[in-house]
Design a protein around this ligand. Structure first.
Ligand code: BG6
Length: 476
């Protein structure tokens, strides 16, 4: 690993801050999503229903406890923390003329605390945090005006923390908006505040949203570079390799095509043009996207400085016209017989991270930052501590593959950040029991607990990994 390799973790505002009505924050899309479970999807409500529980309202109370949490990150030796800014703390309605100073002050205090501890802040500008007003009033990202509001917000924070924050991330996982796929409500909602089942013309709307977010990203990159030429700007994609079911060429092609759908936006933000093949595909199915000359200029000049990779699992493309596809859809995906699965059914595939890193680097030649990786698992508190060997084993195997990608395959990788270095609310299920952290938070799925922080065994292990710059991965 490089000497200045960034080691640390990633968190997102709506999953950890809480304080949803404090500091002048406005309501954002995830404030209307209830707790779900492994079996039951989270419910999206149109108003706040007092009898229901909304995990983002309390989070893990990072809003009040960030100093204690940052001290623990420091103790582990973090050199970077990726955190998101909740747009609705800065512009409570999204289209306000003036920013909310309290929101700016809150994040500046967090950034200062990180810098005092020699932890590089990596700021995600959009991690499922959209002011709800922009959905109700403008129809979310399908409306180009939302791009302007997003850029106003970006400009405000980039100027406010100019020189303090060097690393910016324009979007988290916008690639999950895929016009070719049917989606569950929660996925389109997390990214754009819209339920898939309520979209009048889903393909058209998702294509517009996908295009507009991509355009917003290149514009934000240009803005960041204009404000400070030393800004280093990335965009984060959630990628899992999709393997063919077997070597039947039909299945191999199917897997390739499914994989490929994740890449048109990456092509657009890395290659200097929105891909013609995608516009042609859109046209073929009757979708019209308005591309202006100005857009083309933005694509040309707004390419990324690095690609952020969120990696958790691999999956298998469902073979066409087979009983297997029916069986698989009952269980939410085909199981790979060569891999074990997490308790939430995610296939544990360490080699998959090396595969995607290679694929990305060979296709784009840009530095890669691993922006999320980790195992969601329940933990058991025993009398003498929390012995999370399963988490250490998962991370050990993945870091080893990252090392191989760097040293054997010559992939340029600038950092490795685990997801949820402190337990926080799960994005997909709203549970606390799906824990990723090195630091345990005393809070259960019903929102009960003292919120007290405790170090797990993995806390000491990750500290040793960082201290050895990734060389000592041994688990005692
Ligand atoms: C990533 C998201 O896709 O997956 C995070 O960026 C999320 O916000 C993480 O928390 C893990 O997913 P989950 O559903 O286990 O929280």
């Amino acid at each position: 690993m490089l000497d200045q390799f960034l080691w640390g973790g990633s968190i997102a505002a709506h999953q950890c801050e809480g304080g949803w009505q404090e500091g002048g924050k406005g309501p954002a899309i995830m404030d209307f999503v209830t707790k779900g479970s492994k079996e039951t999807a989270r419910t999206i409500t149109s108003e706040q229903l007092p009898e229901l529980s909304y995990p983002s309202h309390q989070g893990i109370d990072f809003f009040h406890r960030y100093q204690e949490d940052i001290a623990l990150f420091k103790e582990m030796g973090f050199t970077a923390l990726r955190l998101s800014v909740d747009w609705s703390r800065i512009y409570p309605n999204g289209d306000d003329e003036q920013p909310n100073q309290e929101g700016l002050d809150f994040y500046e205090a967090v950034i200062d605390a990180l810098l005092e501890n020699n932890i590089e802040p990596i700021v995600t500008l959009y991690h499922f945090e959209l002011p709800i007003h922009l959905v109700h009033q403008y129809g979310s990202w399908a409306n180009r005006r939302v791009i302007d509001f997003y850029l106003r917000y970006c400009e405000t924070v980039m100027k406010a923390w100019n020189g303090k924050v060097r690393y910016w991330v324009t979007f988290n996982e916008m690639n999950h908006i895929d016009p070719e796929n049917e989606h569950s409500d929660i996925f389109t909602y997390m990214i754009a505040g819209l339920k898939y089942s309520e979209l009048k013309n889903p393909k058209q709307q998702l294509a517009e949203i996908g295009y507009n977010m991509t355009l917003a990203s290149v514009k934000a990159v240009r803005l960041a570079h204009r404000i400070n030429a030393n800004n280093i700007v990335g965009c984060v994609f959630g990628l899992n390799p999709i393997y063919p079911y077997n070597c039947d060429p039909d299945n191999v092609l199917q897997a390739f095509l499914e994989n490929d759908r994740d890449y048109y936006q990456i092509d657009a933000v890395c290659q200097g043009a929105f891909p013609k093949y995608k516009l042609a595909e859109f046209k073929k199915i009757g979708l019209e996207i308005q591309v202006t000359e100005e857009d083309n200029e933005d694509f040309k000049h707004g390419t990324l400085d690095f690609i952020g990779l969120n990696y958790y699992f691999s999956s298998i493309a469902e073979p066409k016209n087979s009983d297997i596809s029916k069986e698989a859809s009952l269980f939410g995906g085909i199981q790979n017989p060569y891999l074990e699965q997490s308790k939430w059914g995610w296939a544990i595939d360490a080699k998959g991270i090396r595969y995607v890193m290679n694929y990305l680097y060979r296709r784009y030649g840009l530095p890669i930052m691993i922006t999320e990786n980790g195992l969601g698992s329940p933990d058991v508190i025993e009398e003498d501590g929390i012995h999370d060997s399963y988490r250490m084993t998962y991370l050990q195997k993945h870091i080893e593959q990252v090392r191989l990608a760097i040293e054997e395959d010559y992939v340029e990788c600038i950092g490795y950040l685990t997801w949820g270095p402190i337990d926080l609310v799960s994005a997909s299920t709203g549970e606390m029991s799906k824990r990723y952290g090195f630091i345990y938070v005393d809070l259960d799925d019903e929102g009960n607990g003292t919120l007290q922080r405790r170090k797990k065994d993995s806390f000491y292990w990750y500290k040793q990994v960082i201290a050895s710059n990734g060389k000592n991965l041994a688990i005692d």
